[in-house]
Ligand binder design. Structure first.
Ligand code: ATP
Length: 503
């Protein structure tokens, strides 16, 4: 699995999808740039979401609120006081860890110890070795495994209760269980606010402290009444937005899964108080179906219903995806009650209420939110699509079997040879198709190698122009996944491609 993940990262770089940010200066941790193909794939995912949410729902409209907002926004939303991660420093190594990740690492080490014992036993007993039996009878292995479980459970509780002394005690206990892991010189556990600060204004004394938004949702809440009134929206209705968010994540690993600058696709759905659970269930189902429509495999998704709820929620669930490093959160669906709108009313002194014509009364709506990370979507789609195929003749090929609707380039047009007027015909095909699709031209190397290159880029079709084309205006069209080739008229190309790549 680790190898698979390494492949994903190197493929993304080699084929122009994702580069580390400012790479010539050795990069910036957990910040990435989307390259020529990545930017197309990312845009297509964003559009696929926008179409499903805004275009397909008459009662959902879009918004593009600014990244910088009045600082009181973040006081009202609770982010100034409560958007924290627990952090711990090691005085000897001068390294800083997110407490939960450190504990997970230790737990993993216990797990590895158990695995080593099992491997040793396997070598000793050879063929007759029964792993399951050994796991449940060998006291050392049992101790490692049960300790690992117990520790993770206690960690979940302590962190959930915000009991940082317990967390520290847990880390010290783990040091004793895994003494080879380093020193025992931990500082107290501290809360670390994840918001990036910046300043507005020219002179130091007049400057105003601002934050880069850690979520896009608040831009929607503060505009709720503006949109409702000018759009003459009737409850229930939604406001959708995609855009950058920033979090000063302490642990930055797992590539674009956890970034310091990332993009969210969020929708806030405003409902009548008391109807929120109905809509919460509706959006859970609707969002899961959206994911399933991409065809990455039903088995790769699962819901995780939250037991411990954030301060603003009365129900919450994650849609988890089977990433190369296991099931992790891809999207959150939260019933946020009237927490945010009420808080903004309180801090701004302005009413944020909906006037219900039917009952002639005002109320603060409840909100159901769907929030998905665009970069996490990218990783889910990209990693799952990357495959190594073994062909009939025993050779292998790398194929990025992206859902065609998301592919950066829909077709590549390839002249069989660089002469006899074939490049010109290829170019004229491109000139015609480019009004509707992203198409590419490639004349370098043997045609077989060009096919492989397009496979690795995820291009659903290769169109080859040969000498017969000059006679009868037909070309070969090759399908990425089946590698099947058909002879078709140039005039049919648009329809064939369209059928495959449209939703
Ligand atoms: P996590 O528990 O993984 O930190 P979260 O619960 O804090 O995520 P939310 O605040 O619910 O995440 O944000 C909604 C979505 O935004 C997440 O489901 C995820 O897809 C995305 N997201 C959040 N933080 C990051 C990040 N640092 N990098 C990339 N995407 C992120």
């Amino acid at each position: 699995q680790e190898d698979l993940f390494k492949n994903v990262v190197s493929h993304a770089k080699e084929y122009g999808f994702i580069f580390p940010s400012s790479e010539i200066y050795d990069g910036l941790s957990a910040v990435y740039d989307y390259a020529q193909n990545g930017v197309e794939l990312k845009k297509n995912i964003r559009e696929y979401w926008w179409r499903a949410m805004v275009q397909m729902h008459e009662n959902i409209v879009g918004l593009d609120a600014a990244i910088l907002m009045h600082p009181t926004t973040w006081k009202a939303s609770g982010h100034v006081d409560a958007f924290n991660d627990p952090l711990i420093d090691n005085k000897d190594s001068k390294k800083r860890y997110r407490a939960d990740v450190l504990i997970e690492d230790y737990a993993e080490k216990l797990n590895l110890k158990a695995k080593k014992e099992i491997e040793k036993a396997r070598e000793r007993f050879g063929e007759s070795f029964d792993e399951e039996q050994y796991k449940t009878t060998n006291p050392r292995v049992m101790e490692y495994l049960s300790k690992e479980r117990e520790i993770l459970e206690r960690m979940g509780k302590s962190l959930g209760n915000g009991d940082l002394d317990d967390v520290k005690a847990l880390i010290e206990e783990l040091e004793i269980a895994c003494p080879e892991s380093g020193s025992r010189n931990w500082t107290d556990v501290k809360q670390f606010n994840l918001m990036f600060g910046t300043k507005l204004g020219a002179s130091a004394e007049n400057a105003m402290d601002l934050y880069l938004r850690p979520e896009t949702a608040q831009g929607i809440f503060v505009n709720f009444l503006n949109v409702q009134k000018t759009g003459r929206m009737k409850i229930p209705f939604g406001i959708a937005q995609t855009g950058k968010a920033f979090r000063n994540e302490i642990v930055a690993r797992q590539f674009i899964f956890r970034m310091r600058e990332f993009e969210q696709m969020e929708m806030q759905f405003f409902v009548k108080p008391g109807e929120e659970m109905k809509w919460y269930e509706y959006w859970k189902t609707t969002r899961l179906n959206w994911h399933l429509s991409l065809g990455l495999g039903k088995q790769n998704y699962r819901f995780h219903d939250h037991e411990k709820l954030a301060h603003y929620a009365n129900a919450a669930a994650d849609i988890e995806f089977n990433f190369p490093f296991g099931f992790k959160e891809l999207e959150g669906i939260h019933s946020r009650t009237d927490f945010d709108l009420k808080a903004h009313e309180q801090y701004s002194g302005k009413k944020l209420q909906y006037f219900d014509n039917e009952t002639n009364s005002n109320y603060v709506p409840y909100v159901v939110e769907t929030s998905v990370g665009l970069d996490r979507m990218f990783l889910a789609v990209f990693a799952t699509s990357l495959k190594e195929d073994t062909l009939e003749d025993g050779s292998t090929r790398t194929v990025l079997a992206l859902p065609s609707v998301l592919a950066p380039t829909k077709a590549a047009v390839l002249p069989l040879v660089k002469k006899d007027g074939l490049p010109e015909v290829a170019q004229s095909i491109i000139d015609d198709l480019k009004w509707d699709f992203n198409v590419a031209y490639d004349e370098k190397d043997a045609v077989g190698r060009r096919y492989r290159r397009q496979d690795a880029l995820g291009t659903p079709f290769c169109i080859t122009v040969d000498h017969q084309t000059l006679e009868d205006k037909t070309v070969t069209i090759r399908h990425r996944d089946s590698m099947k080739q058909d002879r078709v008229a140039i005039s049919e190309l648009r329809n064939i491609i369209n059928e495959e790549v449209s939703v």
